[in-house]
Design a binder for this molecule. Structure first.
Ligand code: HEM
Length: 563
């Protein structure tokens, strides 16, 4: 009897406490979700993930959500909360904040251990960003007229013309054709080498990159649902990704080693410097390959930029980004090293350098190539625009003659065509995910620290309030009395502190490749093929479905028309 009397109050107490806790938890949860920006409901545990991973065009899904819920949308993807920003004003304001520069710490991102430039954070990101910005400028990416970087691109443009001539008007996939040449521009900027035509290393490298993307695509759901990566077979997939990353890194590493050896040789050859020990990286290995062209091997020192033959980085100008890094790493001046890369050991800085190379290849090659392919596709679809491009060119250069940066100021319509291409197809429609480092209060809602934040670039570019009649391809919207305009709502390179580092380079490449192709070739749809559409697929970039076209040399076209 006594036992029962004692038992009942305890049970009641327990039930009361549990109920109170459950109600409290429920109220807190409701309060938490009500404080968030509006968004769709999802399923327990996985949230809205099935709708996003199941879509071949997630950017279009986000666009619909933004249309339904407003300028800021939140949704749960597995364990991650996502906020989408649907106006340029919000992206500008929020990504300009110092606490907007985090990147997601997801299981697959973490494989890179926070190295490089795209996924690094904090002081490491700041120092690398500063270093790269300065070096891009000094290599002539920003102030092309003072430097020789344009010559790298023009050399590649000339090679592309040769490649296109060789097709002799046959049907080709422009993505394949442009790949090596766009890749070579980055190769030259980074490491001063280029792949020759038919170089098997190029296919090997490309296959590795494609394999990496395929492997990542197969398990990227694990970024939001880490438990997924514990399923049978997933550990093997992660290992394969790691192996692939090692292979791609070692490809760049070999070029670093070769350069170290060259620099060490130069040091030994320099009178009075025989006693100098080779730099730390001069000992990295001896795996030297001779299958590529290199600036040094091609004697670029003779082009007047090289000042003298003093050792590694002393009193001579760097030829590429690798030189810029090695000048600091190999330099005798420890204080200079610490000032440039505070808190890093030389070994850390060397790993960092190789990952930065990887990042710049990934960020800079696919984006430019895809934009060029879209531009060509749009010229097939818009013959009136293509004709006006040619008319403008003919006022400035003769058909087939090289178009250079010097001509750019007279060819604003071509720049407008490139802008309109970037707007109409948004090659990087969701930017790169940011993470806020503190709680934000935006438009009356709370975005808790650690939220994954994406700018809806394609939504902004296709918003009729930002661009009238947005589905129409109209380059003139970027011109005012013939002067190129950059509207606030035009944000293909992102905004704020982590804005694209390669914008100036990308714009230079896009102009030179596009203008020169248009000046030397007429583009034709292959007979019997359907006109390619503007609904692409979203992988690393928003790319068109494969299509073919024919490049007819203007010399041949003019000859045929006079016959
Ligand atoms: C058409 C060409 C390109 C487009 C549309 C493009 C677009 C973008 C966008 C939208 C971002 C994300 C910005 C953010 O996080 O808010 C980005 C980041 C970046 N881009 Fe580009 N990009 C292009 C070409 C290039 C090139 C040629 C390079 C360099 C070789 C480059 C290097 C980078 C880097 C390093 C970042 C990360 C910056 C950081 O995290 O601090 N991009 N780009």
């Amino acid at each position: 009897m006594e036992t029962t009397a004692f038992y009942l109050p305890i049970t009641e107490l327990l039930i009361t406490v549990i109920t109170a806790l459950a109600v409290y938890y429920l109220l807190q949860t409701v309060k938490y979700y009500r404080s968030l920006p509006p968004g769709p409901y999802g399923l327990p545990f996985v949230g809205y993930l099935p709708w996003i991973v199941g879509s071949s065009a997630p950017h279009a899904t986000y666009l619909q959500l933004s249309a339904r819920h407003g300028a800021v949308v939140s949704l749960q993807l597995g364990r991650n909360l996502l906020a989408c920003l649907g106006t340029a004003r919000l992206v500008r304001e929020l990504f300009g904040r110092a606490d907007s520069v985090g990147r997601p710490h997801t299981p697959l991102n973490n494989l890179l251990e926070g190295r490089g430039i795209v996924l690094s954070e904090g002081d490491l990101w700041k120092q690398q960003r500063l270093f790269l910005t300065q070096k891009f400028r000094s290599l002539g990416v920003k102030h092309w007229e003072k430097q020789r970087f344009e010559r790298f691109i023009m050399a590649e443009v000339a090679e592309l013309s040769t490649t296109l001539e060789k097709t002799a008007g046959a049907a080709v996939d422009p993505t394949d054709i442009l790949g090596r040449h766009v890749h070579n521009v980055i190769c030259q900027l980074m490491m001063g080498f280029r792949f020759k035509d038919g170089d098997p290393e190029f296919s090997r490298f490309n296959d590795k990159v494609a394999e990496g993307m395929r492997l990542y695509g197969a398990i990227h759901i694990g970024e939001h649902l880490p438990a997924y990566l514990k399923l049978p077979g997933k550990a093997a997939a992660i290992k394969a990704i790691q192996r692939n990353m090692r292979d791609v890194r070692s490809f760049h590493q070999q070029h670093v080693e070769r350069r170290c050896q060259q620099r060490a040789l130069e040091t030994q050859e320099t009178p009075g410097d025989q006693d100098r020990a080779p730099g730390e990286h001069g000992r990295l290995g001896d795996n030297v390959r001779a299958s590529h062209d290199t600036n040094r091997a091609r004697g670029s020192h003779a082009n007047g930029r090289r000042k003298d033959r003093t050792p590694c980085g002393q009193n001579r100008e760097p030829e590429d980004l690798l030189d810029c890094y090695l000048d600091v790493l190999d330099g005798q001046d420890e204080a200079e090293f610490q000032k440039t890369f505070p808190g890093l050991t030389k070994a850390d800085a060397a790993c960092q350098m190789v990952q930065v190379m990887n990042d710049l290849f990934s960020a800079g090659m696919e984006t430019v190539r895809t934009t060029l392919v879209w531009a060509l596709l749009l010229m097939l679809r818009e013959p009136g625009v293509a004709a006006r491009v040619r008319r403008d060119l003919s006022r400035v250069v003769r058909p087939g003659e090289p178009v250079t940066m010097e001509h750019r100021k007279h060819l604003t319509y071509i720049e407008a065509v490139i802008f309109e291409t970037l707007r109409r197809v948004s090659v990087v429609p969701l930017g790169t995910t940011h993470v806020n480092l503190t709680d934000w209060h935006v438009e009356g809602f709370r975005i808790p620290a650690g939220t994954h934040i994406i700018p809806l670039i394609n939504k902004i570019h296709m918003d009729p309030d930002c661009f009238s009649d947005p589905h129409t391809f109209n380059p003139d919207r970027f011109l005012h009395h013939g002067v190129l305009q950059t509207p606030d709502n035009f944000i293909p390179f992102g905004l704020g502190r982590r804005k694209c580092l390669g914008e100036a380079l990308a714009r230079m490449e896009l102009f030179l490749f596009f203008a020169n192709v248009m000046n030397s070739f007429k583009l034709e749809l292959v007979k019997g093929d359907a006109m390619p559409g503007l609904d692409g697929v979203l992988g690393i970039t928003h790319a068109p479905h494969p299509f073919r076209l024919r490049f007819i040399s203007t010399a041949v076209a003019d000859r045929d028309s006079t016959e």
